[in-house]
Design a protein around this ligand. Structure first.
Ligand SMILES: C[S@@+](CC[C@H](N)C(=O)[O-])C[C@H]1O[C@@H](n2cnc3c(N)ncnc32)[C@H](O)[C@@H]1O
Length: 194
């Protein structure tokens, strides 16, 4: 269960995200946060799968990161990558406010290059970045994802065409069991055989 402080922070960030994105002049300035029901779904999935180690691609200002952190056990952690300097700083501030900076490691950098420097294995990888790079990075992600691990990809129903090759690759692979969950902007999930 979420504590009151985190619940209030998530409520404030959801409102801020809507206001910011309605007034933003360009796509880069938008937060493009996940929906609240996607946050609830991610929290459910993390708890049900006893996930401890999460990799997030696309932090923005940390809204989805905080949802996922809310479901982690005390020894769990998240590495989250964001290329936009200002949003990375905002995420760090929001994570400080939630007192979750021990569990969350915010990396500022390009996902494609940063991935090559990661050595930890992950139980769950959340894709919520530039969809054009997903096919380029999937081999690196597969190296980092443990057998029995889970991939979650946002925007599967809002942008199916842009994710066509990515979803096809995982759908046809004998190593994965996949499903499309009609929550928020559509969550495509893939379970890697243990
Ligand atoms: C949809 S937003 C993430 C929203 C966030 N997950 C949330 O729900 O709060 C996508 C973010 O990915 C970042 N991004 C996209 N491509 C990237 C890349 N190649 N390297 C680093 N960051 C990237 C963008 O700057 C943007 O902030």
């Amino acid at each position: 269960m979420l504590n009151n402080h985190l619940t209030q922070l998530l409520t404030d960030l959801a409102k801020l995200g809507e206001e910011n994105d309605a007034n933003a002049l360009d796509k880069q300035s938008k937060y493009l946060n996940i929906t609240q029901d996607t946050g609830e779904f991610l929290a459910f999935l993390i708890k049900a799968s006893s996930t401890r180690r999460i990799l997030e691609l696309g932090t923005s200002n940390g809204y989805s990161t905080l949802w996922m952190a809310s479901a982690l056990p005390f020894d769990g952690h998240i590495t989250t990558i964001e290329g936009h300097e200002h949003k990375h700083q905002q995420a760090r501030n929001n994570i400080d406010k939630a007192n979750l900076n021990v569990q969350i490691h915010c990396v500022h950098g390009d996902i494609t290059t940063t991935l090559k420097q990661l050595e930890t294995s992950y139980d769950l990888v959340f894709f919520d970045a530039d969809r054009a790079i997903y096919m380029e990075i999937i081999a690196d992600i597969e190296q980092l994802l443990i057998p029995g691990g889970i991939i979650v990809c946002d925007n599967a129903t809002s942008h199916p065409q842009e994710l066509k090759d990515f979803m096809h690759y995982l759908n046809q692979s004998p190593s994965y069991t996949t499903a499309l969950i009609p929550v928020g902007k559509g969550e495509f999930v893939a379970y890697k055989a243990a």
